[in-house]
Design a protein around this ligand. Structure first.
Ligand code: ATR
Length: 282
């Protein structure tokens, strides 16, 4: 990818439904300004039935690409022309690149974002330091499980309300993932080095995650991929009993870096200033 032409107005965005809560436009427009580039990153509210038409319109409209968010991550994968091996393994795409010939290439940067956030915020933590409990088995969970397994996790206890979805991930990814029933979620924290919430529970407008932390060692790291609110009731409870915590903002900020690299040929920095700007709006 070559550096952007100064005479081109750069366009990118995020397709979701709903999408107006997304902090991605704030982050990407900050980077456009920081790099002195003329362009705009837009929130694109796309109804599920319009997803294919919207994606196919990106090339004629001059978009470099888009991020894909809830609920389109799995459907978009079926629409784009090419999906890389990583996204195929995860089973969802989070980013689309529009090629010069108009073809659409899909990839998944969520896994990179999640692992990179842990590296930045908890540099001493190692994925192979003990069992990891992952709550939830949707698209976000797939990226988290894949990333942790790739980083060397030796045991991932995957708990989901709908057991079959967890079983499907465990069968697809193989060792070290083991699917557990929803009733076993409290016990799944016994002796864990980390627990990650990937469900929608605790997000603004949703009830808190129903999870007892009494079996979780105080040395364990508690992570949530939610970033609105910054501290979910699950993270607040973990922090109050002495566990270290990570919220979903680091994942959001970091998954955007490879997207920029693909679209504009530049790898932007996740600075404390950018994090503070986004945090102030939550
Ligand atoms: P995403 O792609 O963002 O991960 P998703 O695929 O809709 O979104 O997954 C949402 C996750 O939250 C799933 O694990 C879902 O559990 P089910 O597979 O049983 O639907 C979980 N979830 C949603 N509502 C829940 C609830 N009330 N209690 C527990 N888990 C819930």
């Amino acid at each position: 990818m070559t550096r952007p032409q100064p005479d081109r107005f750069l366009l990118a965005g995020v397709m979701g439904w709903p999408v107006m809560h997304s902090r991605s436009p704030m982050m990407h427009n900050y980077w456009l300004e920081k790099h002195g580039l003329a362009g705009r990153y837009l929130p694109l509210a796309i109804r599920p039935e319009h997803l294919a038409a919207a994606l196919h319109a990106l090339h004629p409209l001059g978009f470099a690409g888009v991020n894909i968010t809830i609920p389109h991550k799995q459907e978009a994968m079926k629409i784009v022309h090419e999906v890389d091996a990583l996204a195929k393994s995860i089973g969802a795409i989070s980013c689309v690149l529009v090629r010069p010939d108009g073809s659409l290439a899909g990839t998944n940067n969520d896994c990179y974002g999640f692992i990179q956030a842990i590296r930045q915020e908890q540099p001493g933590w190692r994925p192979d330091s003990g069992p990891i409990a992952v709550i939830g088995a949707g698209g976000g969970s797939r990226a988290v499980c894949y990333g942790l397994a790739r980083e060397g996790a030796r045991e991932i206890r995957l708990v989901n309300r709908t057991f079959e979805r967890a079983k499907e991930i465990a069968e697809g990814f193989g060792a070290p993932i083991r699917a557990l029933r929803w009733d076993d979620r409290h016990e799944a924290l016994d002796g864990a080095a980390m627990v990650v919430n990937t469900t929608s529970q605790g997000m603004v407008g949703n009830p808190a995650l129903d999870l007892r932390l009494d079996k979780l060692p105080r040395s364990a790291l508690a992570a949530d991929i939610i970033y609105i609110p910054l501290e979910t009731p699950f993270l607040a409870a973990a922090r109050k009993r002495g566990n270290r915590t990570i919220n979903g903002l680091g994942m959001l900020l970091n998954q955007a870096r490879p997207a920029w690299k693909a679209w504009f040929g530049i790898e932007p920095e996740v600075t404390p200033e950018l994090r503070a700007i986004v945090e102030r709006t939550i």
